[in-house]
Design a protein around this ligand. Structure first.
Ligand code: UN1
Length: 506
């Protein structure tokens, strides 16, 4: 599909807030094709009044939606899943076009949204509460999970479809309405995605459940975060952004669900299947051009195998095809914009200044005919001291820092040394090492992988991390509880008043 076909297949060429081919001036944001550096479209921004209209609308729609039985809400989500299935390839291509991930990953991302829709359909019949025995005769206690309210969902550019779905599909079956503020770098994907969900819901008699607010932080972001009508803000992005959002929402005693930066490491043991390790680490380190929160950024490899393994990894890196994300055979597309390329160059220069050795990569890439934001996947070895301060930062680019270890405890300490706590992995065939790594004194991250690398979670588990990653859990397992309010009801089925704790009040 070419650009025109992709936009047309999703109705974006006719969408009232999208302008193609000319800059309409102020009040619009340009979204760029990162592979060419050229504008794709201009998207109308919401002003304060437009925000207010959507926020007030989300409150109104919530009043009706919360009383729709959860399994019926599940049927709406089922139909949205089907609509996403029907549009999967087109939406996946749009994701590739707008944020530069390769087509297989763009389509994979929409598949992730379909998967969470399926999960949410089942969940709609399983919003279980507990009952517990009362200490009083003929009394009983039950917990019920009720819809929470309009949910603010703030998403980053790198998963412009799936991270919305993790939140929106689950929140919708929980009876919440969704106010989505997407990244300004991925507005077309957001418009296409939200339109699909909103149209399906509306056609089934439930207008206004899925809403989109597009705007700058000053106009839309700050309003959403400060909005007392929005009891939960679920935000994905940098640790810096999350600290600001967390503080602002805490000011009004609102709830947050934060999924922030990662600085994910893999430990490679001498016992590991190194062929498997090579493929797993390459995918996690260079996939999505290093722009996943789960990207492998650090490799901690046993000193006895380090030289040979790094050489093999570098040889694999040199064969990676960098280029048009929509073209078959490409494994690495562009970074999202020119600023990301600056961040890459800065990190590479700092690492070298700090005593790191460039093993491969380190430069901008220039695939034929494309003037976009391409860089070479890069491996940098830390000095023997294992000190490389730049590796403490999350640079959203395909840079892998290599450290060595002698003793597994030291490797685990290195894994845990950073401020972030999202994902981690060990490649080993030694059960004791595995158990140590995933045990209570092992990795401190929310996600732990064995004989896989750090990216590519399935939707069924709870996704998120500790420390500066924010502590939130999204997607599967019991993450749904974040989107509901718990009521503990005590019911007296008898004729007597008896007080808890045996208190007599006569
Ligand atoms: C993200 O980068 O914000 O585990 C999410 C993964 C994907 C999700 C990444 N399923 O890599």
């Amino acid at each position: 599909m070419n650009v025109k076909q992709i936009l047309e297949s999703l109705g974006l060429d006719k969408h009232p807030r999208v302008v193609l081919g000319r800059d309409p001036g102020s009040g619009y944001a340009m979204t760029e094709n990162p592979a060419t550096g050229e504008p794709l479209a201009w998207v109308k921004l919401d002003d304060a009044a437009a925000y207010e209209k959507e926020a007030a609308g989300a409150v109104e729609s919530f009043k009706a939606w919360r009383e729709v039985p959860a399994p019926v809400r599940g049927q709406v989500v089922r139909a949205i899943g089907d609509a996403l299935r029907a549009k999967r390839d087109a939406l996946g291509a749009l994701v590739s076009l707008e944020v530069g991930k390769i087509l297989a990953e763009g389509v994979g991302e929409v598949q992730e949204s379909i998967d969470i829709a399926d999960f949410a359909v089942g969940l709609s019949r399983q919003l279980y509460g507990m009952t517990m025995p009362s200490e009083r005769r003929r009394h009983r206690i039950q917990e019920t999970w009720h819809p929470l309210g309009p949910i603010g969902v703030i998403t980053a550019f790198n998963f412009p479809n799936a991270v919305w779905a993790w939140n929106a599909m689950v929140a919708a079956v929980c009876g919440d309405t969704i106010l989505w503020k997407p990244s300004l770098m991925a507005t077309l994907t957001a418009i296409a995605t939200n339109s699909i969900a909103a149209q399906v819901a509306e056609s089934m008699g439930h207008p206004g459940v899925f809403r989109l607010v597009i705007g700058t932080d000053d106009v839309v972001g700050h309003r959403l975060v400060a909005d007392k009508r929005v009891p939960l803000i679920s935000a994905t992005g940098s640790c810096r952004m999350g600290k600001a959002v967390g503080a602002a929402v805490a000011q009004r005693i609102g709830r947050t669900l934060l999924e922030l930066g990662g600085n994910n490491a893999v430990i490679v043991e001498p016992s590991a299947d190194l062929d498997l390790a090579l493929r797993a680490i390459t995918f996690s380190a260079v996939g999505t051009a290093g722009q996943r929160c789960t990207t492998t950024r650090r490799m901690i490899v046993h000193e006895s195998i380090a030289d040979a393994f790094v050489a093999r990894l570098a040889a694999a890196y040199r064969t990676i095809k960098i280029g048009d994300p929509l073209a078959e055979g490409t494994l690495v597309g562009p970074l999202v914009n020119a600023r990301a390329v600056e961040g890459y160059h800065h990190a590479v220069a700092e690492a070298i200044k700090q005593g790191g050795t460039l093993v491969c990569g380190g430069k901008a890439a220039k695939p034929a005919g494309l003037a976009g934001h391409f860089v070479e996947p890069t491996i940098i070895r830390a000095p023997a001291s294992n000190r490389l301060p730049i590796s403490d930062d999350e640079t959203f680019a395909p840079i892998l820092y290599v450290f060595t270890y002698k003793d597994l405890d030291d490797a685990i300490a290195m894994n845990n040394r950073v401020e972030q706590g999202l994902s981690s992995a060990i490649l080993t065939n030694d059960v004791r090492s595995m158990e140590r790594f995933i045990g209570p004194a092992g990795t401190d991250c929310g996600l732990a992988y064995v004989n896989l690398a750090t990216s590519g979670a399935e939707i069924g588990g709870a996704f998120g991390g500790e420390k500066e990653t924010g502590g939130g859990r999204e997607s599967g397992s019991d993450s749904w509880k974040a989107y509901m309010r718990r009521q503990t009801a005590t019911i007296n089925g008898g004729r007597e008043l008896s007080l808890a704790q045996g208190i007599r009040f006569e």
